[in-house]
Design a protein around this ligand. Structure first.
Ligand SMILES: CC(=O)SCCNC(=O)CCNC(=O)[C@H](O)C(C)(C)COP(=O)(O)OP(=O)(O)OC[C@H]1O[C@@H](n2cnc3c(N)ncnc32)[C@H](O)[C@@H]1OP(=O)(O)O
Length: 416
């Protein structure tokens, strides 16, 4: 049997990589603008290729992302375009490409990797677990949206997708600073991931519409990005891509707007945070259907001590964590995490120290479970109750949970 080698895909092989991707994802070969766009995306990614001789049999691309984590942001490999030739499946090609990615991340000091799965059964074995979750919400618009708070009455303005990144970039940045799990966006990201004229998943959707709230001479206090769709009988659906607001009143005004667009029977918002204020300030909960809760971003801690030291913690704690990791051997071991008051001028009030130790563990985690708790989505005590984390010292999971908690739940809007 020939040997498969893992190496960087050169620019000259990008066409081959895309052909493999379309083959594997059962898609028509994209031509013209769409193919050019996919090519541009791959050019900006770190590309791992699996080669059997000169034949490309596997592709894994990684966006160089900055992911928000509690109190800051960390470098993160955003894994995408994962494709293994159908002739070479279940021979360890994906495992080989993930192994190569882990080595590259380690060599470059990238502490995190993340992805959106095609199937939930694939990535747990590689140390990934869902670290953010979302709701899909559907709102009946046969009656006005009933609200328990007064909406902000400042004007709403439709802006072109071309001017949107500059106009709403600051509002997006502010929202991102408050929630872990979000990707930093540059112009390219806005253009190719958020505001593409065509929706990649659904040809029937309109181009993106962007509406901002605020006076013309002030930065927007909030915005909504949506697409619309109309069936043969003229019944419309409005799909929200993103809705961000600096206050509940601004959010209420934007929700009121999307639910009052003429000819729309239903508003569907895919991927809302689990703590969306809409669910609290709507006066008629029969009108708002939470139709699905789903795991969103899957996270992998490539460098456990780097990741633990790289986030802010919200309460003092002193615990020894024992970590198992079959994919990145150097992660395995025991770490003492000490979060203590920090009186230094300009400090945040608490500072964290992470060091290797031989001391007896208070908690034993697999690296998967650590990823599930890392951004503040899951309380470690819940994983103890599920038999996935072992608590050796009573109260250790609760103490770590208190230190991990974030004001807002982590949430990811960008599906890459
Ligand atoms: C982030 C993204 O891009 S998600 C997109 C993922 N890509 C796709 O879904 C495209 C279609 N599928 C494929 O290209 C391939 O089948 C892949 C990438 C899913 C798997 O690649 P393979 O090279 O076959 O995987 P590999 O042989 O390394 O399998 C490793 C392990 O995962 C398991 N596995 C692989 N695919 C799946 C799956 N779809 N469901 C459950 N388990 C799976 C294998 O059985 C194997 O298990 P083992 O270690 O217990 O033996």
């Amino acid at each position: 049997m020939t040997v498969v080698e893992y190496r960087t895909i050169p620019e000259a092989h990008l066409d081959r990589a895309l052909d493999l991707h379309y083959l594997v994802f059962l898609e028509k070969d994209a031509e013209g603008e769409l193919r050019k766009l996919h090519q541009e995306i791959l050019e900006r990614c770190d590309l791992v290729g699996a080669y059997e001789g000169e034949q490309l049999v596997g592709l894994l691309a990684a966006h160089p992302l900055m992911l928000s984590v509690p109190g800051g942001e960390l470098r993160c490999a955003g894994v995408t375009f994962v494709s293994v030739a159908p002739t070479h499946r279940r021979r360890g090609v994906l495992s080989g490409m993930i192994g190569e990615l882990m080595e590259r991340c380690t060599a470059r000091g990238v502490p995190l990797a993340a992805l959106w799965v095609s199937e939930a059964g694939i990535y747990g074995r590689f140390g990934f677990e869902p670290a953010t979750r979302s709701y899909t919400v559907e709102i009946d618009t046969d009656r006005p949206l009933a609200l328990r708070i007064d909406p902000d009455e400042r004007p709403l303005r439709l802006v072109s997708p071309d001017e949107a990144p500059e106009l709403v970039g600051a509002a997006h940045g502010a929202a991102r600073a408050g929630r872990a799990g979000r990707v930093a966006r540059d112009d390219f990201w806005w253009r190719t991931q958020i505001l593409r004229p065509e929706d990649e998943e659904d040809d029937d959707l309109s181009p993106p519409r962007v509406v901002v709230l605020g006076e013309a001479d002030e930065p927007p206090a909030g915005y909504v990005i949506y697409r619309t769709q109309s069936d043969d009988e003229g019944r419309g659906k409005l799909h929200i891509g993103e809705l961000e607001a600096e206050s509940p009143a601004v959010a209420a005004a934007l929700w009121r707007y999307v639910t009052s667009v003429d000819l729309v029977d239903q508003v569907r918002a895919w991927g809302r945070p689990l703590d969306d204020p809409l669910l609290r300030f709507s006066a008629d909960r029969d009108q708002i259907g939470v139709v699905q809760e789903f795991p969103a971003l899957w996270l992998r801690l490539v460098d456990v001590p780097g990741a633990l030291a790289g986030r802010a913690w919200s309460a003092p704690v002193d615990v020894v964590l024992e970590v198992t990791d079959s994919g990145v051997a150097r992660n395995a071991g025991r770490y003492r995490l000490v979060v203590a008051p920090d009186a230094s001028p300009g400090g945040t009030g608490l500072s964290a120290r992470v060091e290797r130790t031989d001391a007896a563990p208070d908690l034993t985690f697999d690296v998967r479970e650590l990823a599930a708790c890392y951004l503040g989505d899951l309380d470690p005590a819940e994983l103890v109750r599920a038999g996935l984390v072992t608590e050796h010292t009573a109260g250790a999971a609760a103490a770590l949970g208190a230190a991990s908690r974030t004001e807002l739940l982590p949430h990811t809007t960008d599906e890459f």
